[in-house]
Design a protein. Sequence first.
Length: 289
Amino acid sequence: MNSKINTAVKPPYLKAEGRLETTYHLTKFSLVENVLIFATGLTLEQAKDNAKELEKEQSLSHAEAMKCICWGNGIHNVQSFNEALPQLVKSTFGIEHTEFGLYSSDDSYTGFWWVEAGTTKYARVTIPGSKNTEEDLTDMLVARLLPVREDSPKQVKFLHAVKDCLIYLGRGYTLAPHRKNLNQVQDIYEIDIDIRKLILNSKGSADKLLSYALASCYNTRHTTELMMSQSLADKSENLEFTKIDLSNKYDRDELARGFRYPQFGDMCMQLDDTQKDILKRLLENYQGW
């Protein structure tokens, strides 16, 4: 399809008797769903596949499963996938869903518009021998918007921080496909973390702190469960506890002394500059895994 695209900063208004004849439209979510991507790098197609697995494993409805996927991939405080769509658009294109769309004149689409660096830009499109359809123009708009997303890839920075952390720790992960080495990995989902191996094989305070931080990024709940279980086992062995009466203040205090999670103060004092840099980049770029 040969097309002619004229780009301008000023709107291509058509005037008749002092009246603006160009009508502006926001893009329909349904027309961009095929390219939407979570801030973590998970595509919407992958998210729907994962939701189907959750439906089977946890006996959830599709709506509940999609909500869980959103929560686990950086879109919190939403009660439905529809509520998450505007945030998905922002993480994909780097601008709000209200900052791009099509415009029409005389009931036919004539181009598209978008906001870039605070300035609204416009593209008038002419497709010889063909009608400008909403789908065609949206595809062109998407092609123009996607490169903008690549200018600020937090998911790429997070991947680099994870890889640096794993290189430093030297254990606790597997790669899929297995023919790759860590330097060849381009997607965070190619890395699988063995939380037990990562945490329980720690050597030294700094190693343990980074292991805990990385494991928490991968799966916070499983990390907490493992550390709590290990603390209970240690307490049982040291104090020969076989039963714990949670209504007894002394038992509660003794139990609390057994739990030792990595603390912020420990991180400040134990980590060297290289380790702090890894932790800093994990914190700055984490948006779910």
